[in-house]
Design a binder for this molecule. Structure first.
Ligand code: GUN
Length: 295
């Protein structure tokens, strides 16, 4: 049986430490870190994430500037808003919730954000810095979900040097930055995806398996190496039969009940990666504040 990695608890720890740090920074600079959160349209999942990010940010002492644009606003409106926030010295971090409506050019929007305020770590400058590791860790703005996954891994206190890591998913938000991070930790990294041939066999070789495909309970127990570490990034809402009624449930990309019989460590959904993503966003916002005020 696996140990269940408690992301909720670790995220709470990170937020408690940030709250203390932000208090000290406030005493010194008489300013709070500021985070601008931009949502375009009303995708229900995005609304849930934005609300959770806003609530947790305020709890640790970050000032949140919420900007809601509707589907009638244009890409130009969004660019104008970002350019204004780039100049605003009360704003240390700018987050544009993804996905954007189809008619918006995501790359163009992300490239408009000042890299120093890019608390998602999605700007090509920050992506490049992460993959070439040119600056010290303390200034890096690392994408929040893979950063959270790595913190959970490191918190286990195991030596992961030389271990075989398989990431399922090649997104810019999770898969690719996760690969960069694990390479920096000297893991041997494979990025697989939904079109990868012999996927179960490849997963079965992984000492560390990161599932980020967005398919409910896609990874089965017999794909998992005995005594491995399984990190489940998926958040999928599914309908399950409950007697005569149907209830909705949140499940990950891994079949949790099967995984926990095989792996040494496994993250649950919910309560695993999700809270860590938010904690890392707050951490990045504090990092951006310190880079601005403490240089
Ligand atoms: N949509 C899903 N995950 C993320 C994230 O980490 N940041 C932003 N901005 N949008 C997302």
């Amino acid at each position: 049986m696996s140990d269940i990695i408690n992301g909720k608890l670790l995220a709470q720890d990170i937020r408690n430490n940030l709250k203390e740090e932000i208090k000290k920074l406030y005493n010194k600079f008489k300013k709070k870190p500021g985070l601008a959160v931009i949502q375009i349209g009303e995708i229900p999942a995005s609304t849930v994430y934005v609300k959770a990010k806003t609530k947790k940010a305020i709890e640790v002492g970050i000032e949140v500037f919420d900007h809601k644009l509707n589907n009638l606003d244009s890409e130009e409106d969004l660019i104008k808003l970002i350019l204004k926030l780039n100049k605003d010295e009360n704003v240390n971090g700018i987050l544009v919730q993804l996905p954007l409506p189809k008619n918006f050019n995501e790359n163009k929007i992300l490239e408009t954000i000042d890299p120093k305020k890019d608390v998602d770590g999605f700007h090509p400058y920050n992506v490049g810095i992460l993959s070439t590791s040119q600056i010290s860790d303390k200034d890096l703005l690392i994408p929040c979900t893979p950063q959270g996954c790595l913190l959970m891994l490191k918190n286990l206190g195991l030596n992961i040097v030389g271990k075989k890591a398989v990431i399922i998913g090649r997104s810019n938000i999770v898969g690719k930055p996760m690969a960069s991070l694990l390479l920096r930790e000297s893991c041997t990294v494979t990025i697989a995806h939904s079109k990868t041939e012999l996927l179960p066999e490849i997963c079965k070789e992984a000492d560390i398996l990161i599932a980020a495909v967005g398919k409910p309970e896609f990874v089965k127990g017999d794909w998992i190496k005995k005594n491995s570490i399984v990190i489940d990034v998926g958040i999928n809402r599914i309908e399950k039969k409950d007697g005569d009624s149907i209830k909705t449930e949140i499940v990950g990309d891994v079949c949790f009940e099967e995984a926990k019989k095989v792996a040494s460590f496994v993250t649950p959904v919910p309560g695993g990666v999700g809270p860590m993503t938010i904690a890392c966003l707050l951490k990045n916002t504090t990092t951006a504040f310190k880079s601005y005020h403490c240089q």
